[in-house]
Every structure is written in structure tokens, then in C-alpha cells.
Design a binder for this molecule. Structure first.
Ligand code: AQP
Length: 339
């Protein structure tokens, strides 16, 4: 059976971008057709300046885990867990650092962008920001993953995981499955409504350009109605020249169905397009918010899901990570049951 792995960072409240780019497919498709694992990748949230209590809260509460479940993940169908509860991720990450190169890390677009952002904010760049794509490779490779359903922004990191798997296998013998990224048909990169050339990111400063999964319907409507478009009059789908409009058409297509270019032909004003887009987003978020309310009232259920998820994940990852340790030249513990 196909093995699927994907994760979400507890760096902020989940956004419409997370949902349309990744989570919705996990819930609607991946969990049923594959042996799937979905992870709150909390170690990744430590790579930038962070408030420990907030990371814990976001990992545990609504913004991350509950919403994974609220978005429709069913613990009977898939494994949901928190990355730091399974030691194998960090164990494997170090071994993969011994296979990755410094140059390869410095070429990562997210590193360049986030390092620049940290410096603009007057902070220092953590070493983990440079190396976290290796940790992400470990997240993926530890589980013998075939497919990684992600939004556009993560494809370079999945490519790195592929490269490391191939290199490790060539040098030390076949150990890892070589994974591939899978993306959604539309809305692979939902853009900020106020700055449609930038991704809608959850760690960006909160603002009217970001739709959060828990935004009230009227807040969603306001944000979409105020979306930045451009000075033209006609409604056309052109990502390069009309990014604001293209973003709205893609969001509408992702929420209500259809093709962005064809949908453009159905509108003769920006106002009507924004109104329909807002309502389509409200309808997509409605069941997520309802389920979230129910789950918030049942913290024990969430604890149980996490506990079982971590146990299951540990059992899946350990044989592969042990095999990698042996293959790269590390001596097995004298008593194998120690591990
Ligand atoms: N705007 C987006 N459009 C489509 N897909 C998106 N994803 C994120 N933003 C968009 C996808 O959601 C999954 C989880 O994302 P993440 O937690 O790794 O990153 P993030 O939400 O982008 O959070 P940050 O902290 O704001 O991250 P940075 O600053 O790293 O971009 C992924 O599959 C992602 O592709």
C-alpha cells in the first residue's frame, strides 16, 4: 500500500492556504487510499524566534492538531501525531546531515527568505534554520514514504529528501524509499489577499490578507471583499499580470469547483467575483469550524489520538532508522532490546 507522510508546523494559526494546499486532500483522499501519517512538526517551529508557551499551545490546541482532526482526519484511517514525541526523527536527521552538503542547504529558497526575514527583524539566524530541510527529509524517509502531499512552497524540500535518499542508498546500500511530492490541482499556492505576490503564510504578521480557518464568516467576507486586485476592469485569469485576480479565481475554483480560467469568463465585475469567492470560502470552512467546536470540548479524545499516534509512528519508523544506523557504520547496541 502507498505510504503517505505530511506535516504542518505549529508556527501560527492555520490558514486557508494550509487547508486548500494540503490538509483538505489529506482528509478527503490520502487517508483513505493509502497508509497515511500526518504530523504536527513542532521541532520545525523552533528554527525561528519563538515563544515556547505559544508553540506548545499551538501544537496542542485548536490551531494545529485539533484542526487536523477538524479538517476530517480520522484516526481509524491514518496516524496523527506530534513529531517531538517520536525520537526517530531527530536520530535520523543527524545521520542525514552526514550525507547532505553545506552548499545544498544554502541553496534552499525558504532558508534564504527566512534568514533575510530574521535579519530584517534584527534577530540572528539559527543554525537549525539552515539544517531543518534535513530534519524534514528525516521525517519523510523514516516512514518509507512514497508520496508527500504538499503545497508548492515545499516541493524543493521534498526534492532534497529524494536526493538524500538516492545518495544514501548508493553509498551505503538500499535503505530508503525514494519519495515524491504530490500537489493539488488548483490552489497549490494560495497568495496573501493584500499582497498577491507573496504566499499566504501562517507565520506572517497577522493581517487582513490572511484568512484563518477559524475566522468568523463575516471576517472572511470582509477580508475577501478587501482583497487587493488591480486597476483593470475585465475579469481574466493571468497569474503573471493580474496576480490578485488570479488568486481569487483559484480560491473560488478550489472552494466551489471549476477551472479558474473558465470561471473568469462568468464574471464581468470584481465585486461579483469577490462576493462569490467569499461565500465559497465561508461554506468550505463551515464544517471545519463546527467540528473544531466539538473537538475543543473533548481534550481527552485528542490526547488519546496523540498517544496512540506516537506509538504507532514509533513502531513504523524504528526499523528504518535502525537500518540506516547500521548501514552508515554505527555499531548495534550490545543488547538489541536496548533500542
Ligand atoms: N499559501 C499556501 N498555499 C498552498 N499551500 C500552502 N501550505 C502552506 N501555505 C500554503 C501548505 O501547507 C502545509 C503545511 O505548511 P507549513 O506548516 O509547513 O508552512 P506554512 O503554513 O507556510 O507556515 P509558515 O510558518 O508560514 O511557514 P513558512 O514561513 O515556512 O512558509 C504544507 O504542505 C504547505 O505546502
Amino acid at each position: 500500500m502507498t505510504r503517505v507522510f505530511s506535516g504542518i508546523k505549529p508556527t501560527g494559526h492555520l490558514t486557508l492556504g494550509n487547508y486548500l494546499g494540503a490538509m483538505r486532500r489529506w482528509a478527503a483522499d490520502d487517508q483513505y487510499r493509502s497508509d497515511a501519517l500526518f504530523c504536527v512538526v513542532d521541532l520545525h517551529a523552533l528554527t525561528v524566534d519563538h515563544d515556547p508557551a505559544r508553540v506548545r499551545r499551538l501544537s496542542r490546541q485548536s490551531a494545529s492538531l485539533l484542526l487536523l482532526l477538524a479538517a476530517g482526519l480520522d484516526p481509524e484511517q491514518c496516524t496523527v501525531f506530534v513529531q517531538s514525541h517520536v525520537d526517530e526523527h531527530a536520530r535520523l536527521s543527524y545521520v542525514l546531515e552526514c550525507v547532505a552538503t553545506d552548499g545544498e542547504m544554502r541553496r534552499m529558497i525558504q532558508y534564504k527568505e527566512k534568514a533575510a526575514r530574521e535579519q530584517r527583524r534584527g534577530g540572528s539566524v539559527r543554525l537549525s534554520l539552515l539544517t531543518y530541510p534535513v530534519l524534514m527529509a528525516a521525517d519523510i524517509l523514516a516512514y518509507g514514504t512514497d508520496e508527500v502531499p504538499v503545497g508548492d512552497d515545499q516541493t524543493q524540500h521534498v526534492e532534497l529528501a529524494r536526493d538524500l535518499a538516492v545518495r544514501f542508498n548508493q553509498r551505503y546500500g538500499h535503505t530508503f524509499t525514494v519519495p515524491r511530492a504530490t500537489g493539488p490541482a488548483v490552489a497549490a499556492r494560495v497568495m496573501n489577499l493584500q499582497d498577491p505576490v507573496s504566499k499566504m503564510g501562517k507565520s506572517d504578521d497577522a493581517g487582513p490578507g490572511i484568512v484563518y480557518l477559524l475566522d468568523e464568516p463575516d471576517v472572511v467576507r470582509k477580508k475577501v471583499m478587501r482583497a487587493v486586485t488591480d486597476s483593470g476592469q475585465d475579469v481574466v485569469y493571468d497569474r503573471e499580470e493580474r496576480p490578485g485576480l488570479a488568486n481569487l479565481l483559484e480560491i473560488l475554483a478550489a472552494c466551489a469547483g471549476g477551472d479558474p480560467a473558465e470561471l473568469a469568463g462568468a464574471y464581468d465585475s470584481y465585486g461579483a467575483l469577490k462576493k462569490d469567492t467569499a461565500e465559497a470560502v465561508v461554506e468550505v470552512l463551515r464544517p471545519v469550524q463546527e467540528r473544531h467546536r466539538a473537538l475543543s470540548a473533548d481534550p481527552e479524545y485528542v490526547d488519546g489520538v496523540l498517544r496512540e499516534g506516537a506509538e504507532r509512528a514509533r513502531g513504523m519508523a524504528r526499523p528504518t532508522v535502525d537500518a540506516a544506523y547500521r548501514a552508515i557504520g554505527l555499531l548495534a547496541p550490545v543488547d538489541a532490546s536496548d533500542r
